[in-house]
Design a protein around this ligand. Structure first.
Ligand code: OVM
Length: 407
């Protein structure tokens, strides 16, 4: 078998255009929208020879591949690597990188710990934290939103909600960067993220232990399921690791991108401020428009067909969620940021059995920030260049200097 980036190198399927492009090129990772347009225009799938994978940037196909967990499995990894053929860099996630029936058990436990009822109790604390940070930034006038708001806020309220006994903004953010870069090719970007593993991984694993968690947080709810015999003690620790893997960089990115959108389209900020009912839809539109997680893979686990294209067992399929969320076949005026759109069905948080299990807490965290902006901030203006940070699976801001004006 011919291997490439840890998976089987497939042949070009019939009727699939070959596109000699590197989706992990830094210029594309920083500004991917021309790449997405071309990806969608070429057809339902393209074959990318550099990685011998299929890629889809269209809504319908991305949705079909994402929903059908029986044909398109997660247990072989949701990045370029096929876990059936190569050992992953860390023990696989017991919820992301598994399939039913095993998945059903762990998902039930983590979903309970992150249920709307569990999250409701956290909202007041989120609002107090967001109000205070926004007040501080208003007093400062000009600030760098990625570090001073998005990271500062998320790495305070989220670890507290989980029940971590100690937090470390840099390690949490850089662990997320490792986890999300790990899904891509073994290039310089992945290697430089991984170079931090010896410092970060032991710290993260220590945080996941029962004795290092409060008795009343999300982590404790997960460990309670081990006491009840629903999962093992080890699985409970692994589910806490999932919280720390997926719960920081995603939310940090969502907050940064929301503020970037509102600074770029001040008239949309005006519309949102005029109607508090638009605070939630404004974030959903930010999710559709910016798609913090730009891509995930599935692996075909049978010989099958999608949209008339034959797909063989072992095929890695790169699903560009960010492109699907701009697909002109699905969205009228897809490149318009419109806080009144209410983009039901966007793929930014996936969907189906692997759909983001943390979406209730993520929305609650961001909503508190949006409320604070709508209440207190009159204007958001760029105070320097917004810079994007290349990552194999996340499109995040690296730097966002803005001036907040008082209302
Ligand atoms: C995990 C996890 C879940 C969702 C996303 C993610 C790749 C990781 O369970 O570790 O990032």
């Amino acid at each position: 078998m011919n291997m490439i980036e840890g998976h089987m190198a497939i042949e070009v399927p019939e009727n699939v255009p070959v596109w000699d492009v590197d989706p992990y090129d830094h210029n594309i990772l920083r500004d991917p929208y021309d790449y997405y347009s071309e990806l969608r225009a070429k057809g339902p799938f393209v074959y990318i020879p550099k990685y011998a994978i299929l890629a889809t940037g269209r809504y319908l196909e991305a949705k079909e591949v994402f929903t059908d967990w029986e044909r398109f499995v997660s247990s072989r990894g949701v990045g370029l690597q096929d876990f059936k053929l190569e050992e992953p860099w860390r023990p696989p996630s017991v919820v992301l990188e598994v399939d039913p029936p095993y998945h059903t058990k762990t998902r039930t436990v983590i979903a309970r710990a992150l249920s709307p009822k569990a999250i409701r109790a956290l909202k007041e604390g989120f609002q107090i934290a967001a109000d205070k940070l926004v007040d501080d930034l208003l007093a400062k006038g000009t600030s760098e939103i990625v570090v001073d708001l998005a990271e500062a806020y998320t790495t305070t309220v989220f670890p507290a909600a989980v029940g971590l006994s100690e937090t470390d903004s840099r390690r949490l953010v850089d662990y997320g960067a490792m986890v999300f870069n790990a899904l891509g090719p073994d290039n310089e970007l992945r290697q430089s993220a991984m170079a931090q593993a010896p410092d970060i991984v032991p710290w993260i694993m220590e945080r996941c232990k029962r004795e290092n968690l409060s008795t009343d947080g999300i982590g404790a709810t997960i460990y309670a399921a081990a006491d009840d015999g629903e999962i093992t003690e080890e699985e409970a620790g692994m589910l806490v690791r999932s919280l720390l893997s997926a719960g920081v960089d995603t939310t940090v990115t969502g907050i940064g991108s929301l503020i970037w959108c509102l600074a770029t389209w001040p008239e949309q900020f005006e519309i949102m401020k005029a109607d508090p009912k638009l605070v939630r839809p404004a974030f959903e539109e930010t999710l559709r428009f910016t798609s913090p997680v730009h891509s995930f893979f599935r692996t075909a686990n049978v010989d099958t067909e999608v949209s008339g294209i034959k797909i063989v067992d072992g095929t890695k399929i790169m699903c560009s969620l960010a492109s699907a969320n701009r697909d002109e076949r699905q969205w009228p005026q897809p490149d318009k940021f419109d806080v009144t759109r209410m983009p039901a069905g966007h793929l930014a948080m996936g969907l189906g059995i692997h759909g983001c299990v943390g979406q209730v807490i993520a929305r609650a965290e961001v909503e508190a920030v949006s409320n604070a902006l709508a209440d207190k901030v009159g204007s958001i203006e760029f105070a320097g260049e917004a810079v994007w940070r290349p990552n194999h699976s996340i499109r995040a801001l690296d730097r966002l200097p803005v001036s907040f004006g008082k209302k």
